[in-house]
Structures are given as structure tokens and as C-alpha cells.
Design a protein around this ligand. Structure first.
Ligand SMILES: Cc1cc2nc3c(=O)[nH]c(=O)nc-3n(C[C@H](O)[C@H](O)[C@H](O)COP(=O)(O)OP(=O)(O)OC[C@H]3O[C@@H](n4cnc5c(N)ncnc54)[C@H](O)[C@@H]3O)c2cc1C
Length: 311
């Protein structure tokens, strides 16, 4: 069976501009939400369908049952500066074929950041910019521009002297554009997006991640909705953060229950009204139950401190 999506079909071969000279195109895709659902149901073939498609997908994503998500694949063509490609290539669970600078003459295309991107070094994030334009922004832009021209000139100078392409590329900078075909399944794309849509990721690679994210919505909207709810907009907490939250949560719980807390009090009957009041009404029975368990864990941290582990 061939799974198709009208929204995704409309995107095929459309070039989306990214940065000043970059592009990203969805060349092809395989599978949709339905491919995930059908794969997940392989073990219950012939049995009565007990869950609707979206609930099943939400369950898969929230429980990290990820193999059915690998049934959906994407093939992109992307053109990006070399420094973006270096960050991107670290995601080793994809298949890639890149333009060869040994085989072909590299186009004279160099990334020049827009003025608002010429920001100072962040003081609290050693890998990031601080969000404010530097004082000498016009001069800095000129340096970027001159460096781009110089590197292109040196490259062509070496080619003109009959130096081989594989060596002549030496003067090219990491701001030169490269191009590749990138194929990845939805499970690993979601992992990529989680890391590269984050504000900790460099702004330039985030621009590419944003476009691929919206393309993935066209291919598998139910799965992307679940990805947003259970992954992208969810939070991972450290032990220290759990303790801190437990300190805030314990007194609130005592106030709402009108007395000193004990673990024995926190049965379903006590927690259900709190869950109903605070959890989205659309959450399933199993989500309500998981939330109840998390509240119990927080209460346990509050009453007994850390669930003691060595160290
Ligand atoms: C904000 C940010 C800053 C970064 N800074 C740096 C940096 O300074 N220097 C640097 O070198 N990198 C840096 N990286 C790259 C980072 O360390 C990862 O290599 C990259 O994000 C890919 O992540 P991944 O391995 O989880 O993804 P994938 O390669 O897509 O792998 C997916 C998952 O497969 C498993 N897996 C993949 N490869 C292996 C393996 N070899 N063995 C076992 N399991 C594997 C892991 O569970 C992994 O999470 C940075 C990344 C981000 C997002």
C-alpha cells in the first residue's frame, strides 16, 4: 500500500529559501501517520480495533515505542554553509550524499549574516551569541564581505594556476555553501528536531530545522502533534530540579488537602480531583494515571527527600 498526503505532495520539489543563499527541498517521502498505525497494529491483525489512530500514535510517542515511527521517511535536498553542515552531519542516523569539492568547482556562494545576526559573545552561554548587535556592526559586516571575496578569489587563483580542485579548496571558509541529499526516518528526524529547534542550537541550523519541522507536519500531522505534546514542549528534570519542585509542590498539596501530608493519603480518590482540575481534559486515562504517579513521586521527595541512590 502506498501512503500519501495531499499536503505533503504539494510540497514536493518546492525550494524553500533559508539564510541568504541556502535552500531546502522535500524531494520525496515514504509513509504517513497511517503507515505508523498500520505497522503498530501488525501484532493485532484480525483483532478488533480498540484504539483510534490518533490515540494509538499518542500512546506510541508518549511511551517512546519508536520503531513504528521509523516506517516514515523523508528525502531532502539542502544547501547550507559548511559550518551548518558540520553540525548537521553529527546526526549519524541519516543517509547523506554531499557535493564533492574534489569532483566539482564549488559555486561562489558564501554566507553573509544579516545585520541583526552580528551579535556579541554571550557571557552565560559559551557557544552562543548574546542577542544584541555589536557596536561596530557596519565594520564587522564589511569584514565578513571582504573575507568572502578574498576566499573566492584565492580559490579561483589556485584553480587558474591549474592546482587540483581537491587542494584549491583550501582557502574556502566554513561560510561557503555546500549541498547534499539527506534521507532520514521520522523517529530520527524528531530527535534531530528536538536538538536543533532548541534555542541552544545555533540560529542558522535552527532555520533549516524550522522548515523541515513544518514539512514533517504536512506528512504526519498526528505524529507531529504527539511529538509537540510529549517531546518538544515537554521537559526533562534533573534530580535537583525534582527536589526543588517537590519543595514548592508539597506545601501546595497540603494546603489543598487541608492538613499534614502522608504517602498513605495519596490514593486515587485523593489525587483524582487534583488531576481533573489541573490536567488537560483531553488527556487519556493512562495519562491521568501517569500524572498521578508523578505527583506521588513529588510528594515522596517532599516527605522523604531523595529516593536514595549511591553518591
Ligand atoms: C547545542 C549543541 C551543541 C553541541 N556542541 C558540540 C560540540 O561542541 N562538539 C561536538 O563534537 N559536538 C557537539 N554537538 C553535537 C552532539 O554532541 C551530537 O553529536 C549531535 O547532537 C548528534 O546527537 P545524537 O548522537 O544524539 O544524534 P544521532 O547521531 O542522530 O543519534 C541518535 C541516537 O542514536 C544513538 N547513537 C548514535 N550514535 C551512537 C554511537 N556511536 N554509539 C551509541 N549510540 C549512538 C544515541 O542514542 C543517539 O542519541 C552539539 C549538539 C548540540 C545540539
Amino acid at each position: 500500500m502506498k501512503y500519501t498526503s495531499t499536503e505533503a505532495d504539494a510540497l514536493i520539489d518546492q525550494e524553500f529559501a533559508v539564510l541568504d543563499r541556502g535552500e531546502i527541498t522535500l524531494l520525496d517521502y515514504m509513509g504517513t501517520d497511517k503507515a505508523i498505525v498500520d505497522a503498530a497494529r501488525v501484532s493485532v491483525k484480525g483483532l478488533k480495533k480498540v484504539t483510534d489512530d490518533e490515540s494509538l500514535i499518542r500512546r506510541l510517542v508518549s511511551d517512546r515505542h519508536t520503531s513504528p515511527l521509523e516506517m516514515v521517511e523523508f528525502k531532502f535536498r539542502a544547501k547550507m554553509p559548511l559550518f551548518v553542515a558540520r553540525q548537521w552531519i553529527r546526526h549519524g542516523t541519516a543517509h547523506v550524499n554531499e557535493m564533492s569539492a574534489r569532483y566539482t568547482v564549488v559555486p561562489d556562494e558564501v554566507y553573509v549574516p544579516v545585520r541583526t545576526r552580528i551579535q556579541g559573545q554571550s557571557m552565560d552561554n559559551k557557544q552562543g551569541s548574546d542577542g544584541s548587535e555589536v557596536d561596530e556592526v557596519a565594520e564587522a559586516l564589511m569584514v565578513f564581505d571582504q573575507s568572502a571575496k578574498r576566499s573566492v578569489e584565492s580559490y579561483h587563483d589556485l584553480l587558474d594556476k591549474n592546482v587540483s580542485r581537491e587542494l584549491a579548496r583550501g582557502p574556502l571558509t566554513v561560510f561557503h555553501y555546500t549541498e547534499w541529499i539527506w534521507k532520514i526516518d521520522l523517529h530520527n528526524l524528531m530527535h534531530f528536531l528536538r536538538l536543533r529547534l532548541d534555542t541552544d542550537a545555533q540560529w542558522e541550523i535552527r532555520q533549516y530545522a524550522e522548515v523541515m519541522h513544518s514539512m514533517a507536519w504536512a506528512v504526519a500531522p498526528m505524529t507531529m502533534r504527539a511529538f509537540r505534546d510529549y517531546s518538544l514542549d515537554s521537559m526533562h528534570l534533573s534530580r535537583m530540579e525534582v527536589e526543588a519542585l517537590a519543595g514548592l509542590f508539597g506545601p501546595l498539596l497540603e494546603e489543598s488537602m487541608g492538613g499534614k501530608l502522608s504517602m498513605g493519603m495519596l490514593d486515587d480518590a485523593a489525587l483524582n480531583p487534583i488531576i481533573t482540575m489541573h490536567l488537560d481534559q483531553k488527556c487519556s486515562k493512562s495519562e491521568r494515571s501517569k500524572f498521578g504517579n508523578k505527583l506521588r513521586r513529588l510528594a515522596n521527595f517532599y516527605l522523604n527527600g531523595n529516593e536514595v541512590r549511591p553518591g
